[in-house]
Design a protein around this ligand. Sequence first.
Ligand code: ZN
Length: 234
Amino acid sequence: MRVTVWNEYRHEVTKEHVAKIYPDGIHGLIASFLRKRGFEVKTATLLEPEHGLTDEVLDNTDVLIWWGHCRHKDVRDDIVDKVYERVMRGMGLIVLHSGHYSKIFKRLMGTSCSLKWHISEKERIWTVAPNHPIAKGVDETFVLPEEEMYGERFDIPEPEEVVFMSWFSGGYVFRSGCTFKRGLGKIFYFRPGHEEFASFHNENVQKIIGNACEWACPNKIGGPLSAPCVAPLE
Ligand code: ZN
């Protein structure tokens, strides 16, 4: 399993309190807990050439994880095209938190992906599809003491499955863990992960992201993108 963790990597560099929570960047922490599961993990960030997503990197990625927030617009369209094509051909994609507004997620969903939000509330996550592979070993319910609130309506197409739901102390609810398929690619959106809070240190959150990688990992990447004219089989 070859995972690439992509992060905009802006807040950790510009805000001291964020750097304290994620001294190696959000991507660095995610990479470290995924390596403990035995995955081969690379990281890539916005300011690297081609945002770190060269053909070589993408050709050697089974599952791509995406965290972005304030610099979605700075992601090059030609890189988004390449990621989109890989997903169509089977690469798994896990979109975290504010990645709901990333170019790649909006393109794959075809909707605005808008939602309600404010800072901050207690979040209680419920596992509503306990037999789903992404929920394996995850508690029925767990609390993130402080998170950014995301509220419905979340403007996404009907998910294939809703695996997790969130309740917030202010009364809002949210479809927090949603699966989709596009082309041959499996996509998982997972809500938590605001940069000012420690959610990626949470054991259940880490388990969910690891499980999602396993679930989204393709048998093989390389479905056809063209429409070949073929001869009859017999
Ligand atoms: Zn946020």
